[in-house]
Design a protein around this ligand. Structure first.
Ligand code: F6R
Length: 615
């Protein structure tokens, strides 16, 4: 949560920081601010609200030519989202400034100590406490800023990604990381900082990712000095070359990132399959599975650990793994798993799924499982993310940057990867007939084209959405492989349109939720022609007799449900195990259009942030 940007070099940092903050707004957007300075002057601008509002204020502030700047877009943890609590925060002397992402858990104790030494605080934030702790240490020990930052961080409990500067010595920036990601971009006599690399993608492709417990001093001449905060050991920067295109982080003609990302799914899935699904050669090639073949073949149990949409993908993983490789699977909410002293047995494999690779609970659960001796495999989208680096092995989804807060292409590419892994392991374990495996491989290669066809239903879905934009509640039902789809459809609707929605296994309806059904309760049913189809049709009859409106996702050519439901959306015919990818797409579009009609900000829904790096 929260986006951090910073710049030091020979250019004007203002446009660089502002563009960077716009690109990081997916991380939080309740308030924003920047500080810029040169050798004689500094200028602080903060607002409650979004980055665009900050730009308007800056238009009137032209009386300074700075060479250093730090900026922040906030997702509130400590203190309400207002101008006072917005970052950057200054120390009591007005000399030091900080932008901070994360939570300082012992901030209260530190604050009390600082107050007893005469410090005062204008905000409710933990970040203001940290910058004052740095000031206190610097004055008391009479040391340079980087040394004071290092000592302060050794007193801190919690998580942080920080940038600190001294406006009376604007020759360096001090950055540090524990739990919250920080990327440093290497330009021509310039250095850029971002919570990820997107802010500086159009300035440089060369990036250094700070590891946990590392800090760096960035100098105006482009020099970087990295060291370990605890051991004080110097670290040689490892420079990576980014491959992302600038176009992939822009809207590319779509009104919203979410709509762009829904429509990008054929390409995203093709990218996920590239080099792995080799239909011509009749094989699936996954290097990480080949490398750790014995671990996977000897595993007695698979535990999926994830949050939100990635948790829903994990549920699909459970169905896929049990179906294809007959291995017991458990699916855990990372936030619960981490505090339960989980039982990890020899030969357990823990698979962590995360789009961002930065979700705090998933990362913590991963570390616990690792300490307990499990083999950890990661499925992440963001290359070089914390989760991808902590795992023993893993696979990237290659969905490209997902900017819309509501996850869309991340989900379908996670499922694609899970299908690939399940089929590969089924081949290795010989739990699948070789001819059937070839059929599945061919069918999988056709999925992008089928989604392309499916996205053409957008106008129909928009029309259907018009009937439900005033709804207060909505129920989603699905069975088997489509039960996780019902959960995901409901999550998409609630998070971007603020309509209360719940997903259930269709057969559970009779055990409670049916009491909610009346003419004011729209029900979305995934009723593709597969196992238990007739039973789902019976559920539809039960709903219809209670006068609810039914929106059904059906297989192409279905006539039975068409006679019962108020609206049907057809999806191309596929094997049952592939339906979650296709059936989710109309539900993403339905939520999108309902939210648009209700005037909601679909890319930046209230209270949410793309990357949940706090507990
Ligand atoms: C929902 C959504 C969230 C994320 C969750 C996990 O649309 O985006 O529920 O899925 O916060 O995030 P990652 O996958 O980055 O770990």
């Amino acid at each position: 949560m929260c986006g951090i940007v910073a710049y030091i070099g020979n250019k004007d940092p203002k446009p660089i920081l502002m563009e960077g903050l716009r690109r990081l707004e997916y991380r939080g957007y309740d308030s924003a601010g920047i500080l810029v300075c040169n050798n004689s002057k500094s200028q602080l601008s903060k607002i409650a609200g979004k980055v665009n509002a900050l730009s308007k204020i800056l238009e009137n502030k032209t009386d300074i030519t700075p060479h250093l700047g730090i900026g922040h877009t906030r997702w509130a943890t400590h203190g309400i989202p207002n101008e006072i609590n917005a970052h950057p925060h200054s120390s009591n002397s007005g000399k030091l400034f900080i932008v901070h992402n994360g939570i300082i858990e012992n901030y209260d104790t530190l604050k009390m100590e600082l107050i007893s030494r005469g410090y005062s605080f204008y905000s409710d934030t933990d970040s203001e406490v940290l910058v004052n702790l740095i000031q206190e240490i610097q004055i008391k020990e009479n040391i340079k800023l980087p040394d004071a930052v290092q000592l302060a961080l050794n007193q801190v409990v919690g998580a942080y990604g920080i940038v600190v500067c001294d406006i009376f010595n604007p020759e360096e920036l001090v950055v540090a990381r524990l739990g919250s990601p920080l990327a440093i971009g290497l330009g021509e006599n310039s250095l850029y900082v971002g919570s990820d690399a997107t802010p500086f993608l159009d300035h440089t492709r060369k990036v250094v990712y700070l590891e946990d417990n590392e800090m760096a001093v960035l100098s105006k001449n482009g020099e970087i000095n990295i060291k370990n905060i605890i051991s004080d050991e110097s670290i040689h920067p490892y420079v990576e070359e980014l491959q992302w295109s600038l176009n992939s982080i822009q809207k590319g003609g779509f009104e919203h990132f979410m709509l762009k990302e829904i429509n990008e799914q054929p390409k995203a899935i093709s990218d996920t399959l590239r080099g792995r699904l080799l239909v011509g050669q009749g094989k699936i090639q996954i290097n990480s599975i080949n490398e750790y073949k014995d671990k996977f073949l000897n595993a007695k149990r698979v535990i999926f650990v994830a949050c939100g949409t990635s948790w829903h993908a994990s549920l699909v993983g459970e169905y896929l793994f049990e179906y294809f490789i007959r291995i017991p699977v458990e699916v855990e909410y990372a936030s619960e798993f981490r505090y339960r002293d989980p039982i990890i047995q020899k030969d357990d494999i823990v698979i962590c799924i995360s789009q961002s690779g930065e979700t705090a609970d998933t990362l913590a659960a991963l570390k616990i499982a690792k300490e307990k001796g499990a083999f950890i495999y990661g499925i992440c989208n963001v290359v070089g993310s914390s989760i991808s680096r902590e795992t023993h092995s893993g696979i990237y989804t290659h969905a490209g940057p997902e900017i819309g807060v509501a996850s869309t292409k991340a989900f379908s590419t996670q499922i694609t990867v899970l299908i690939l892994i399940a089929l590969k392991l089924a081949e290795l374990k010989k739990t699948i007939d070789p001819n059937l495996l070839l059929d599945y491989q061919f069918e999988l290669s056709q999925i992008p084209e089928k989604i392309e066809r499916l996205t053409k239903s957008a106008p129909l879905i928009e029309t259907i959405a018009k009937n439900y934009s005033d709804s207060q509640n909505c129920i989603y039902l699905g069975r088997g492989f489509n039960f996780p789809v019902a959960l995901e459809g409901a999550l998409k609707l609630k998070e971007i349109s603020y309509i209360h929605a719940e997903g259930y296994p269709a057969a559970e309806m009779k055990h409670g939720p049916i009491a909610l059904i009346d003419k004011n309760m729209p029900v979305v049913v995934i009723a593709t022609k597969k196992t238990n189809y007739q039973k789902v049709v019976s559920n539809i009859q039960e709903i219809k007799s209670r006068e609810a409106n039914i929106i059904a996702i059906v297989s192409e050519g279905d006539e039975t449900v068409a006679k019962l439901a108020n609206h049907v959306i057809e999806i191309p015919n596929v094997s049952e195990c592939f339906t979650p990818i296709l059936a989710t797409i109309p539900l993403q579009l339905l939520s999108y259009y309902i939210a648009i009609i209700r005037g909601c900000n679909v890319d930046q829904p209230r209270n949410l942030a793309k990357s949940v790096t706090v507990e």
